[in-house]
Write a protein that binds this ligand. Sequence first.
Ligand code: 13P
Length: 253
Amino acid sequence: MTSTRTPLIAGNWKMHKTVAESESLVRDIINGDRRKDVDVLVAPPFTSLHAVARLVDTSDVGLAAQNMHWEKQGAYTGEVSPLMLADLGVEFVILGHSERRHIFGEKDEGINRKVISALAHGLKPILCVGETLEERRAEKIYGVLEAQLLGGLSGLQPDETARVTIAYEPVWAIGTGHTATPDQAQAVHRLIRRQLIDLSLCNKDLANRVRILYGGSVKASNATEIMAQPDVDGVLVGGASLSAGEFLGIINF
Ligand code: 13P
């Protein structure tokens, strides 16, 4: 299958970087020596979004938030709304990250509300899915992904589903140094594209347009072989996105 999907290299900074550190890192990425045929985006912590938004504004680097609430405003202490993100010029929002699911107890139903709300506010959701090691060993990958895709994308029109980026992040590969092999990543990415069709979430043409990112211990040294897989359309990078040199190395895979 020839892909018309522009690769997307995304850096999820998680709970790292002060404002000054964020500005310095994003400047190095913006001004770094990097190929221009891929989309690049960074997801700083909320406290740095405004400062980073100003710097990426006149560049080709995109901006993402790491989470959001589904309501546009209200009595939700500690939460950040899609309206607030859109106001800053945020373009993408990571939703259902495994750390949100496993540490903070987020469930598919709430993640689905966020996906719907993000789209309604003109934000592009990056929906994270992925199995734990136990689930992989018990050969439950199909069912886990089916539940996460059906749950997360419930109620969306097919053309809305096609506007969602999926990030396959096997939980056992996140922050562990154990990257999925290129074959393992390709097998699951292919499965996810197949499931989008089989679960009637969208048709084949639309499924072929959905970008599916791989996340989990991606580094400059393994990005090339992962990106070479036909159904891998980009990477969502955690630890290695905190250093400009390493992240630029991934961008230039
Ligand atoms: P690491 O690259 O640190 O394994 O994190 C991956 C991730 O969770 C990106 O969202």
